[in-house]
Design a protein around this ligand. Structure first.
Ligand code: PEP
Ligand code: MN
Length: 354
């Protein structure tokens, strides 16, 4: 329920309303607007009728239901898009495009350092690399675990790039938090509600990938689990969905960008590597993603894709990644973005009036 305070209502009145909402067993989410304050009351839908009586309290203008099932991820309680700070130099959303790049898996110290240096030189502002890999086959490389995390931290130390790495088990939160800057929740875990709730108890940003067969509303409902548990720093990721098509690994659903934009304030990045499964298609889809309004990209880059232990076929060589970032620049500028990864974009001159 949304409780809209009157223009000019006092702090005392606001405090009383908040107190009453909490007495009724609801959590409050307060938004201080320029003219008036709005309170979101979050909790059991069954107590709605009691909340409606709040309109008798002094200072309350109206009480209206939150129509969206994803109350915190939706747009009713938050005006305008959100921006999420990953590190000093990596801010994602609202005209700032994140460029997260690196190998699918951390394989060795040399491999991750070489990848980190290369993606940094090309203009990335975050490093990706999996230490815990959710593989379809139990016989495939499962990741280096804590050793891999240490290598990622070493690469961050040298390059300054914040680290994005996947978590597959909520028991690993403390361990991963020691080394990483962003928890990635992979497609296979998008509806692992135990994991989502546990990550809601952390403060670090969460990169939440869309499930293999998840609808957009299911992605937003999954994000809601993290937000409702207390962590507001969620970045959504479109990474392709399962369709009947077999020419590509997945079907990159770029419809999701405007569709999510309309429904949510959360930033959304696109993963054209898993979205296509073919390195040759990654550039085209990256450009399309930025053109249609994505807040960033997460791209697999490997110094030697032919010997990669996972996802070599979709990984770019550093040189190709650099060329791609160069080609993305004019597109990012054309859609009004301020930054592209570490690069600050010069704005196009506004045409003069005469
Ligand atoms: C990955 O990023 O390497 C990965 C496993 O992605 P997804 O969860 O999207 O399949
Ligand atoms: Mn991968």
């Amino acid at each position: 329920m949304i409780i809209v305070m009157r223009v000019g209502s006092s702090d005392e009145q606001l405090k009383k309303v908040i107190g009453r909402i909490e007495e009724l067993g609801y959590r409050t989410h307060i938004m201080y607007g320029v003219e008036r304050t709005v309170i979101g009351a979050l909790g059991d839908e069954r107590g709605k009728d009691k909340l409606l009586t709040l309109n008798h309290l002094p200072g309350v203008d109206k009480v209206i239901p939150i129509l969206s099932p994803y109350k915190l991820a939706g747009t009713q309680l938050k005006e305008g898009p959100s921006q999420i700070r990953v590190s000093q130099d990596c801010v994602i959303g609202k005209g700032k495009l994140g460029l997260i790049a690196g190998p699918c898996s951390v394989e060795s110290e040399e491999q991750i350092l070489e990848a980190a240096r290369a993606v940094k030189a090309a203009g990335a502002n975050a490093l990706r690399g999996g230490a815990f890999k959710p593989r379809s086959s139990t016989y495939s490389f499962q990741g280096l675990g804590e050793e891999g995390l240490k290598m990622l931290a070493m690469a961050r130390e040298e390059t300054g790039l914040p680290v994005v790495t996947e978590i597959i088990d909520h028991h690993d939160i403390d361990l991963i938090e020691r080394y990483a800057d962003v928890f990635q929740v992979g497609a296979r875990n998008m509806q692992n509600f135990t994991l989502l709730k546990a990550l809601g108890g952390t403060r670090k940003p969460i990169l939440l990938k869309r499930g293999l067969s998840a609808r957009i509303d299911e992605l937003l409902l999954a994000a809601e689990y993290i937000l409702a548990a207390g962590n507001p720093n969620v970045i959504l990721c479109e990474r392709g969905i399962r369709t009947f098509e077999t020419a590509t690994r997945n079907t990159l659903d770029l419809n999701a960008i405007p569709a999510i934009r309309e429904r949510s304030h959360l930033p959304i990045v696109v993963d054209p590597s898993h979205g296509t499964g073919v390195w040759r298609y990654v550039s085209a889809m990256s450009k399309a993603a930025i053109a249609c309004g994505a807040d960033g990209l997460i791209i697999e880059v490997h110094p030697h894709p032919d010997s990669a232990l996972s996802d070599g076929a979709q990984s770019l060589k550093p040189k190709v990644f650099k060329e791609l970032v160069d080609e993305l620049e004019p597109i990012a500028r054309a859609v009004g973005c301020e930054t592209l990864g570490a690069r600050v974009l010069q704005q196009l001159r506004q045409p003069s009036a005469d």
